[in-house]
Design a binder for this molecule. Structure first.
Ligand SMILES: C[S@@+](CC[C@H](N)C(=O)[O-])C[C@H]1O[C@@H](n2cnc3c(N)ncnc32)[C@H](O)[C@@H]1O
Length: 222
C-alpha cells in the first residue's frame, strides 16, 4: 500500500481515528458488544482504522443472514470486525488481508472478542494471486464478504473480481460494501462485475453514500 492509494481515501471521522478501541453494539448477536482496537502504527496502512462501510456490512449481515452456518471468507479484512460478527453468528470464518503488519493486529481483535469454541483463522491473501489461493486450498466458500476494498484503481478492481471468481460458485453468497467516493470508477467496477455476477444493490439510510452489492455468480458454460 503506497501513499498515493492512501490519499485516495476520505478518512473516517477524524476523532474516531484517534480512539484506540472502538466499541460496537450488535443487538442481534448472542454476544452483542464487540471491541475493535485500531492500529495507528506505521505499516498498518488504510486498514488500521475501522471504516464505516465495514460497520454497515457487519450490521446488515447480523440482521439479514438467515442461514448462519458454513464457511465464510473476508477479503481486505482490516481489523476483522465483519469476520468477528460472522463468527459469533456461527460461521467458520477466514479473515484475509494483503498487509502482513495488519494481520497481527487483526489476530488481537479476534482473541479479544471470540471464545475458544469459535472457529476462525487469519490468512495473508493478495487479490489476483490465484496460485496462492489454490496453494492454500482457499476455495469453495458459502459466504464471501469485503468492505471498502476499492479505491478507484482499475488494476485492483480486476484483481479483486478475479479473486471473487476464483473463490466462488453459483451458490456462494457474496456481499461487498463500498463507500462511493468516485462514482465514475464505481460504474466501471459494476460493469466489470456484471460480466461474471448478477448484482443486487442494497442501500442504507444511515450512510447514504455506502452501498452493499449482493452478488451471485453467473454459471458461464465452458
Ligand atoms: C479501507 S481498508 C478496509 C478495511 C475493512 N474492510 C473495513 O471496512 O474497515 C482496505 C483493506 O483492504 C486491504 N487491501 C488493499 N489492497 C489489497 C490487495 N490488493 N489484496 C489484499 N488486501 C488488500 C488493505 O490492507 C485494508 O486492510
Amino acid at each position: 500500500m503506497d501513499c498515493t492509494q492512501l490519499a485516495l481515501y476520505t478518512p473516517p471521522i477524524h476523532q474516531e481515528m484517534l480512539i484506540s478501541t472502538m466499541e460496537y453494539h450488535f443487538e442481534n448477536l448472542s454476544r452483542p458488544l464487540i471491541k475493535i482496537s485500531q492500529c495507528l502504527e506505521p505499516g498498518s496502512g488504510v486498514g488500521g482504522a475501522q471504516w464505516n462501510a465495514g460497520l454497515v456490512l457487519a450490521r446488515y449481515l447480523s440482521k439479514e443472514i438467515q442461514i448462519k452456518t458454513g464457511k465464510s471468507i473476508e477479503l481486505g479484512c482490516g481489523l476483522g470486525l465483519i469476520s468477528i460478527v460472522l463468527s459469533i453468528m456461527g460461521f467458520q470464518v477466514t479473515a484475509t488481508d494483503g498487509n502482513y503488519a495488519l494481520l497481527n493486529w487483526t489476530r488481537r481483535n479476534f482473541e479479544a472478542n471470540l471464545n475458544d469454541s469459535d472457529r476462525w483463522s487469519i490468512e495473508h491473501l493478495i487479490w489476483g494471486e490465484n496460485e496462492h489461493i489454490r496453494e492454500k486450498s482457499l476455495e469453495e466458500w458459502d459466504l464471501i464478504v469485503g468492505a471498502d476494498v476499492l479505491y478507484g484503481e482499475y488494476a485492483s478492481m480486476i484483481a479483486f473480481i478475479n479473486t471473487l471468481i476464483s473463490l466462488s460458485r453459483s451458490e456462494t453468497k457474496i456481499y461487498v460494501a463500498q463507500q462511493i467516493r468516485y462514482p465514475d470508477s464505481e460504474e466501471i467496477f459494476l460493469n466489470e462485475l456484471k460480466k461474471s455476477f448478477e448484482i443486487e444493490i442494497i442501500k442504507n439510510e444511515e450512510f447514504p453514500n455506502i452501498v452493499i452489492y449482493k452478488l451471485a455468480k453467473i454459471n458461464i458454460p465452458a
